[in-house]
Write a protein that binds this ligand. Structure first.
Ligand SMILES: Nc1ncnc2c1ncn2[C@@H]1O[C@H](COP(=O)(O)OP(=O)(O)O)[C@@H](O)[C@H]1O
Ligand SMILES: [Mg+2]
Length: 259
């Protein structure tokens, strides 16, 4: 497996990030540090910049200003080619869990491994192993096409792919959105089990409060381009911040464009 994270200091550090799209200042001085081994949840209304924040961690989006340190490397100014290394260490579970529709489950999972230069036998072994990690039976699912999978199974396969090569860290973008409550619960359990079994560092972006408290060690609340609250789940429950406590009591705060 991949190199151990540094013993001290955050594994992922976002410092004073600013990001504007047209008229809209999406990130306005966002600062957040994620410690090795922890699961950080980023909560926020729809359109508040959660996905944008996550994309900065692996250089899919560049800040207008500010610093991004991922796995010990300052990446905001790195050329695209130089980001491959960081992207290999950090699995990304995209919103919607995009799989390659023209490839069966096996080839979907083998893809990042082959890209990383793994030989045939190791690929076979690793695909079976990661399917096991997400509680899927390798023999019965490996030849299935994504179109024949349920929403929950697609998420599992996408998660298996996200952890295939790496897992120093995993970034989850809305992992439970669009799933029924029972399937959502099993995905939450998987996120917890990834942390326990792989000692992985995670950032989970969600607007699902139940999920946030289930999987999070700490919760960050993104509002108007900044982290408005940061604390343990216990501190989050006790928070007196009127906006944040309204949000976690289930009030849905939509920003004006609701992206
Ligand atoms: N590539 C882009 N181009 C223009 N605007 C974008 C882009 N990505 C995100 N935005 C805008 O940034 C804001 C935050 O988006 P996003 O991070 O996706 O929100 P969410 O918190 O729902 O994940 C939205 O207003 C969205 O329209
Ligand atoms: Mg989003």
């Amino acid at each position: 497996m991949s190199a151990a994270p540094p013993a001290h200091g955050p594994l992922i550090q976002l410092e004073d990030l600013h990001k504007r799209y047209g008229e809209k200042l999406v990130l306005d001085g966002l600062t957040l540090a994620v410690r090795p081994g922890e699961t950080m949840v980023i909560l926020g209304a729809s359109g508040s910049g959660k996905s944008v924040t996550l994309r900065h961690v692996i250089g899919l989006t560049r800040p207008d200003r500010g610093r991004v340190v991922s796995c010990g490397e300052e990446i905001q100014d790195l050329p695209e080619e130089a980001l491959t290394d960081v992207r290999r260490k950090i699995g990304f579970l995209f919103q919607g869990g995009a799989l390659f529709d023209s490839m069966n489950v096996f080839d979907n999972l083998a893809f990042p491994l082959r890209e990383a230069g793994w030989g045939r036998e190791r690929v076979e072994e690793r695909v079976a192993e990661v399917l096991g990690l997400v509680d899927l039976d390798p023999v019965s699912v490996r030849d299935l096409m994504p179109s024949s999978l349920s929403g929950g199974m697609r998420k599992r396969v996408a998660l298996a792919r996200a952890i295939a090569v790496t897992p120093v860290a995993i970034l989850y973008d809305e992992p439970t959105t669009g799933l029924d409550p029972i399937t959502a619960k099993t995905i939450n359990q998987l996120i917890v089990s990834m942390q326990e079994r792989l000692q992985v560092t995670s950032i989970v972006v969600t607007h699902d409060i139940v999920s946030a408290f289930h999987v999070g060690d700490r919760i960050a609340f993104l509002h108007e381009g900044k982290i408005r609250f940061l604390g343990t789940t216990q501190q989050a429950r006790a928070s007196q911040d009127p906006l944040f406590s309204a949000f976690i009591r289930g009030g849905v705060l939509e920003t004006n464009d609701g992206a």
